[in-house]
Design a protein around this ligand. Structure first.
Ligand code: ACO
Length: 335
């Protein structure tokens, strides 16, 4: 963990995109044996958006969110120096960021994918800060996007009810340290528990008729989640991460104006709020409409809160992500 002092960085605009198709809990109960009552009471989710057009991919959502952010910043795409696409569900295993770079016309930008599951946007922002802090780049587009509807087992009621598809984007710009809005950050990984949440790759023998050569090829399986363990991990580690970040900025919980947590589950949001003794009015929550949109959830919630004029200048905004890896992380921002 460090306090950033060299060159400052500021989020100057955000954008988001969701598919038009909406699936309610009642409709979900026609797919798997479940009910609106079960899903609502255990997760807070009422409906989710799903990418249903064959011709559409994660890129379309990411492009739309990025173009919105660029428009809000009145920035020509050629001014973007770097694009970081945080995703676990790219349209191409070699990465989707370069397609987005081309499609939005960010011809001067370097572009790469970053995989850190639901913590992806937080890790992406922290990565962007490093390039801004050292004055390597001036404008960075950080995108969080996922289409986990394409990776869940639609016969597994314990996971398919949770996820939705979306993208969110933020433009981060370097600025003089006085105006730096990034007060501190902390990111963590504990690979010991990686098996609690995964989309693993399953190999089988691929026989080739060249001597004794044995090669293995396979395919990715579906989302696997040990829900109880993920719940315990989130409610224990996320408050600690936030408290440690606050301490690094000489702040306390009372200083927080808005808490934007990864939108996984309303019960996790409530438990974290209770552990921190923070009013639920300060918790941004939109998961009832979108479900868990993985890397997109924080920028989508942030963008909505800005559009609804909840967040004002100088507000202290704490964002915290957590998910597969297991990874988790917090950033404290002065808006
Ligand atoms: N509808 C109806 N019944 C269901 C459903 C469903 N959709 N899913 C599971 N059940 C049943 C189970 O079969 C089980 O039945 P049984 O008692 O007869 O065996 C019962 O409900 C309880 O199942 P649990 O899995 O133990 O349910 P739990 O109370 O743990 O709730 C939940 C599940 C909501 C997923 C919970 O574990 C949780 O909130 N975990 C956090 C996970 C999370 O939010 N993950 C996302 C964060 S990480 C990321 O974003 C990738």
């Amino acid at each position: 963990m460090k306090s950033l002092m060299i060159q400052g960085a500021k989020i100057i605009a955000t954008g988001s995109a969701i598919p038009s198709f909406k699936l309610s809990n009642d409709e979900m109960s026609k797919i798997v044996e479940t009910s609106d009552e079960w899903i609502s009471s255990r997760t807070g989710i009422k409906e989710r958006r799903l990418l249903t057009e064959k011709s559409q991919s994660i890129n379309d959502l990411a492009i739309s969110a990025s173009q919105q952010a660029l428009e809000k910043a009145s920035m020509d795409p050629s001014e973007v120096d770097l694009i970081i696409l945080a995703t676990s569900s790219p349209s191409d295993l070699f990465g989707s960021a370069s397609r987005i770079q081309f499609e939005i016309g960010a011809k001067n930008a370097v572009a790469f994918d970053l995989t850190a599951a639901c913590s992806g946007f937080v890790v992406g922002l922290v990565t962007a800060f490093q390039f801004l802090q050292t004055n390597t780049y001036r404008n960075i587009l950080v995108i969080g996007a996922d289409v986990l509807s394409q990776w869940v087992d639609w016969s597994d009621r314990s996971t398919c009810i949770l996820f939705g598809d979306a993208a969110g984007a933020a433009i981060v710009q370097s600025c003089s340290s006085i105006h730096n809005s990034i007060l501190s950050f902390k990111i963590n990984t504990d690979g010991k528990y990686a098996s609690h949440l995964s989309i693993s790759y399953e190999k089988s023998l691929h026989k080739l008729s060249v001597g004794n050569l044995k090669l293995y090829q396979g395919a990715f399986k579906h989302v696997y989640m040990n829900g109880r363990e993920v719940y315990k991990f989130a409610v224990s580690q996320v408050p600690l991460s936030i408290l440690s970040c606050l301490e690094a900025s000489n702040m306390s919980v009372q200083d927080i104006d808005w808490l934007v947590l990864h939108q996984a589950n309303e019960r996790i949001l409530t438990a974290v709020a209770e552990k921190l003794s923070i009013s639920s009015k300060k918790i941004i929550s939109n998961l009832s409409k979108y479900g868990n949109t993985s890397a997109a959830s924080i920028p989508l919630a942030l963008d909505e809160a800005i559009k609804e004029h909840k967040i004002s200048d100088n507000d202290i905004v704490v964002i915290a992500g957590f998910g597969a890896g297991l990874t988790w992380g917090t950033i404290i921002l002065r808006w």
